[in-house]
Design a binder for this molecule. Structure first.
Ligand SMILES: *Cc1c(COP(=O)(O)O)cnc(C)c1O
Ligand SMILES: [Zn+2]
Length: 409
């Protein structure tokens, strides 16, 4: 086991050993895990993969762990749903939803990255894991640290949805609510990383953490019968998921598991926090930081760590981008629930709303295959729907009272 050659700078390609490092000392570029693809090619085939257990570790050769993983043994392999009802509504032929709102154990896409990061942190010998989070990451780190019996600190913006705060605290970590936005939380955590020997999953362990994102697209490809979709609409926060979707496809091609990649990748953000979308629309590779103002709090990163790579991923693929207003986000959540019976959080409302817009604008053609990424669960962001959904019909506990409301309808 173990096909990791080390870390490599994404900019100058300088090589580093596989240690808890994340920036290049020479050019300050981000470090990325580098694999021995020739070695992996000798052991991985479609048949081998298909025969394995249905979780993220079926792709273990492409994940940066040396031994056996200690958490996430049931993470991943979430449903890819053929969304014919939603397709009908949007007037498209072939539409799918990749549904990480039911990922194990904390109902978001973050369970993939955290499974890898905590398993790796344990291999490095850390006894404490930590993160700077917009919510879902805190939930997953808290739960998986409990399972791994590690100490845990999670840092969140103080104004987070109560569902996300409860879904972190319940596992018994140290939850630190910082009076500031995510970018301020992240800056603080970067300082803490230099003082405490902790594994910050999305800071000093980030190169390993980010690799977990690749499993999302690996699964989509397998679930489509070893095919890539022609279009994929992806939510963007720090820009890790969207860049790794591209990396995952390229790896599968390198390994001979798929032939051509003709996937256009689209970035989706909330209107009050859309630095990557803005850069793509302005065709400028400079990502201008913003102060977040959107109900899509899980995507509210004004200064995204991988913003430039998110931009590159989209433009290199021939894709595009758009943003969703708060109202459109709520409509997106309702539309998915009403048509497909899936209750997603605000980030999912963003991708549904943006997919709808891009289809209506003719940017995404109606007769090609489309995947919408659903990355989190609606029960965690109930505030977003306050006053915007119908109330139950109240009746007296007798049949007459019931018949009256049935007939009135
Ligand atoms: C973290 C997160 C994402 C993607 O985040 P990136 O930082 O861009 O990888 C998407 N959706 C939800 C619900 C998230 O919590
Ligand atoms: Zn470098």
């Amino acid at each position: 086991m173990g096909y990791v050659r080390g870390l490599k700078c994404r900019e100058c390609e300088r090589k580093y050993p596989a240690e808890p490092l994340y920036v290049c000392e020479y050019c300050f570029g981000p470090l990325e895990v580098d694999y021995d693809y020739e070695g992996i090619k000798n052991v991985l085939s479609r048949d081998v993969l298909t025969s394995r257990a249905e979780n993220i570790w079926r792709y273990r050769e492409l994940l940066p762990i040396d031994g056996n993983p200690i958490v996430g043994l049931q993470s991943g392999w979430t449903p890819l749903i053929r969304a014919d009802n939603l397709a009908g509504e949007l007037g498209v032929k072939e539409l799918y939803v990749k549904d990480d709102s039911v990922c194990h154990p904390t109902l978001s896409f973050k369970d993939r990255v955290v499974s890898v990061a905590i398993s790796k942190a344990a291999e490095f010998g850390f006894d404490t894991v930590a993160c700077a989070s917009t919510g879902n990451l805190a939930n997953s780190v808290s739960a998986q640290a409990a399972k791994a019996k590690m100490k845990c600190f999670v840092f969140i913006p103080a104004d987070l949805e109560s569902g996300k705060i409860i879904a972190a605290i319940i596992y018994g970590p140290n939850v630190v609510a910082v009076e500031g936005n995510y970018d301020e939380v992240n800056r603080l955590c970067t300082e803490i990383t230099n003082k405490h020997k902790w594994a910050f999953v999305n800071i000093n362990i980030r190169p390993y953490y980010a690799e977990g994102s690749k499993t999302y697209i690996y699964e989509i490809i397998e679930q489509l019968g070893w095919k890539v979709p022609q279009h994929i609409v992806v939510p963007v926060a720090g820009g890790s998921l969207i860049s790794k979707i591209r990396k995952g496809m390229v790896e599968f091609q390198k390994l001979g598991l798929i032939k051509n990649i003709d996937t256009k990748i689209y970035a989706a953000q909330g209107q009050g926090c859309a630095p990557v979308v803005t850069a793509i629309k302005q065709k400028s590779e400079i990502i201008k930081p913003v102060k977040p103002r959107t109900i899509a709090k899980s995507l509210a990163i004004g200064n995204p760590a991988d913003g430039y790579y998110a931009y590159k991923t989209v433009t290199d693929s021939g894709g595009w981008a758009d943003e969703a207003t708060d109202d459109e986000i709520v409509e997106g959540i309702k539309l998915l629930a009403r048509t497909e019976g899936i209750f997603t959080e605000t980030a999912g409302g963003v991708t549904v709303a943006v997919a709808k817009k891009l289809i209506e604008q003719g940017v995404i053609p109606k007769d090609e295959s489309i995947v919408i990424c659903i990355t989190g669960n609606g029960l965690k962001t109930q505030e977003a729907l306050a006053g915007r959904i119908r109330q139950p019909v109240k009746i007296k506990p007798n049949i007459d009272s019931f018949e009256k409301i049935v007939h009135e309808k």
